[in-house]
Design a protein around this ligand. Structure first.
Ligand code: PRP
Ligand code: ZN
Length: 207
């Protein structure tokens, strides 16, 4: 059991998936000693007075915004999906991907305007709705928490809005990217209540 010390810097990272692996790799590269096999939701670093907290990605901004975590590593897409008050320190240059609207290979959707009246499944309803509003398209946005790519196959949606990295998931589910909403990568965020730490491991990262 890890004891949290108040003087420790707390860094929130994703608890699973590719962003977790990339985030831990990054933290190790700047000197953290983290046991990657650790499935505990907290790990302490010996070298720095720091704790790494593993959270669901969409919970990270609010933990950082409230000051419970001092820093967080999160995808830009997640940061912009739910405005939180956490501050961006910098883009980290890894976990690059795009948020796209994807359609079945045989879809009759050609232009953004063809999305009018269609049903789109996504885990990013706010970013998708902002995109549709800007394009003056009215579509039905349905929220799914994951595996969005299966929705068109099942006839549950005409299109999806999801992240694409290698494109493998789209391809394997008979989908193709149609419209790009935004590019995304990992960013370092910090709390608006950031304490004045004796030693900040991200010092060189914040310029
Ligand atoms: C993410 C994303 C896409 C996929 C993109 O899903 O939601 O489905 O990765 O990667 P690719 O283009 O390299 O195939 P994830 O594996 O995190 O699962 P989830 O959506 O069910 O959370
Ligand atoms: Zn997915």
């Amino acid at each position: 059991m890890i004891q949290l010390k108040t003087k420790d810097i707390r860094i929130a990272v994703q608890s699973k998936g590719r962003l977790k692996t990339d985030s831990i790799e990054f933290l190790i590269s700047i000197g953290f000693d983290i046991d990657e096999s650790d499935r505990a939701l907290l790990s302490s670093c010996n070298k720095y007075e720091a704790d790494v907290i593993y959270l669901r990605d969409d919970d990270i901004p609010q933990y950082v915004a409230s000051g419970v975590a001092d820093f967080g590593i999160v995808g830009e897409n997640v940061y912009y999906e739910s405005p939180s008050g956490a501050r961006i320190v910098k883009k980290l240059g890894f976990s690059k991907c795009s948020l796209v609207v994807a359609i079945p290979n045989d879809s009759d959707i050609k232009e953004v305007s063809d999305l009018e009246g269609r049903k789109i499944a996504t885990s990013y309803p706010n970013l998708l709705k902002a995109y549709l509003n800007k394009a003056e398209v009215k579509a039905e946005v349905v929220l799914v928490k994951g595996s969005a790519e299966v929705a068109p196959v099942l006839g549950f949606a005409d299109a999806i809005c999801d992240l694409v990295q290698s494109g493998k998931t789209l391809k394997e589910n008979g989908l193709k990217p149609a419209f790009k909403i935004m590019e995304s990568q990992a960013i370092l965020i910090e709390s608006p209540f950031l304490k004045d730490f004796e030693f900040n491991p991200f010092q060189n990262e914040s310029n």
